[in-house]
Design a protein around this ligand. Structure first.
Ligand code: ADP
Ligand code: MG
Length: 252
C-alpha cells in the first residue's frame, strides 16, 4: 500500500543566541493509511519537534516530507487546552469555527461524536465540571470534528493519573482504530505504545534518529488493555523495547 506520509532524511536544529541545538538527525520512516504508529524515545530527544515538523509548524533543515493525501491534520497535545469560558460543545466545534466550516452536516457530526463518546449529556457543561478522562475525550472530539486524515497525538495522556490513563488511552485507542484513522502517537510510556500501536519506532537520544522499529501483533483483540498486558507477546515486546531504550542511556 502507498504510504500516506513519508519522511526522508529529515534534519532539524534549533538556533538561538546560545548556539545550535541539533534535534533531529536523518529521520526516515513511512506511515501507511489506517496505521497506528507509536514513537518512543528518551525525554528531550526531539519527539515534539518531529510532530511539529509533520504538522508543518516547523520547517526541516534537510530532507523531504511527502503527503500522499489531501492531508488535513488533527493535533492533540498533552494538555487538553479546553477553554473554560466555552461549553464542551462550543469547545468541540472550535476547529470548525476557525476553519469557517460550520455546516449543519459538520455540527451534526460533532453531536454524533459527543453521543458516541458518552459526552452528550455534558455538552452544555464547562470543562471544569468534567473529569480528566472526559476532558481528554472532549479534546479528541474537537480534533476529530475536522475529519483529519492524520491524527498527531503528543503525549495526550500524560497529565492523567495511572488508572485513568490506562482506561482513557484504551478508550481513545479503540475509537481511533474503529474509525480507521491514521495516527502517530508520541509517548514515553512503553506499555501505552505496545497496547495501542501497530508499529513502534524507537528514537535515539538527541539529536535523534530512528534506532529501530518493531511491528506489534497480538493474537487477541485490543479492546481490553489488561488482557493485552497479560499476554506473553506483550512481555516480549516490552523487554525488546526496554532494552533498546536503556542501551541509549548506558551509551551516555
Ligand atoms: P521531546 O518532545 O522528545 O521531549 P523536544 O522535541 O521538545 O523533545 O525537544 C528536543 C530538544 O530541543 C530539547 O533538547 C529541547 O530543549 C530543545 N528545544 C525544544 N524547543 C526548543 C526551542 N524553541 N529553542 C531551542 N531549543 C529547543
Ligand atoms: Mg515532547
Amino acid at each position: 500500500m502507498q504510504p500516506i506520509l513519508s519522511l526522508e532524511n529529515i534534519f532539524f536544529s534549533y538556533h538561538n543566541l546560545k548556539g545550535e541545538t541539533p534535534a533531529l538527525s536523518n529521520i526516515t520512516f513511512d506511515i501507511a493509511e489506517g496505521e497506528f504508529l507509536a514513537i518512543v524515545g528518551p525525554s528531550g530527544c526531539g519527539k515534539s519537534t518531529l510532530l511539529s515538523i509533520i504538522a508543518g509548524l516547523l520547517k526541516p533543515e534537510g530532507g523531504t516530507i511527502t503527503f500522499n493525501t489531501s492531508s488535513s491534520i488533527g493535533y492533540m497535545l498533552q494538555h487538553d487546552h479546553l477553554f473554560e469560558w466555552r461549553t464542551i460543545y462550543q469547545n468541540a466545534i472550535l476547529g470548525l469555527e476557525l476553519n469557517k466550516n460550520m455546516t449543519k452536516e459538520n455540527t451534526d457530526y460533532v453531536l454524533q461524536l459527543l453521543n458516541d463518546y458518552g459526552l452528550y449529556a455534558f455538552k452544555d457543561k464547562k470543562p471544569s465540571e468534567l473529569s480528566g478522562g472526559m476532558r481528554q475525550r472532549a479534546a479528541l472530539i474537537r480534533t476529530m470534528a475536522i475529519k483529519p486524515d492524520l491524527l498527531l497525538l503528543d503525549e495526550p495522556f500524560s497529565a492523567l493519573d495511572f488508572q485513568t490513563r490506562m482506561m482513557v488511552s484504551a478508550d481513545i485507542g479503540n475509537i481511533i482504530r474503529s474509525t480507521g484513522k491514521t495516527a502517530i502517537l508520541i509517548t514515553h510510556d512503553l506499555s501505552e505504545a505496545i497496547t495501542l500501536a501497530d508499529r513502534v519506532l524507537v528514537l535515539s537520544g538527541r539529536p535523534s534518529s530512528v534506532k529501530c522499529e518493531l511491528p506489534i501483533h497480538f493474537c487477541i483483540d485490543r479492546t481490553s488493555p489488561l488482557a493485552i498486558r497479560n499476554t506473553t507477546e506483550y512481555q516480549t515486546y516490552f523487554n525488546l523495547l526496554w532494552k533498546e531504550l536503556s542501551d541509549d542511556f548506558s551509551e551516555k
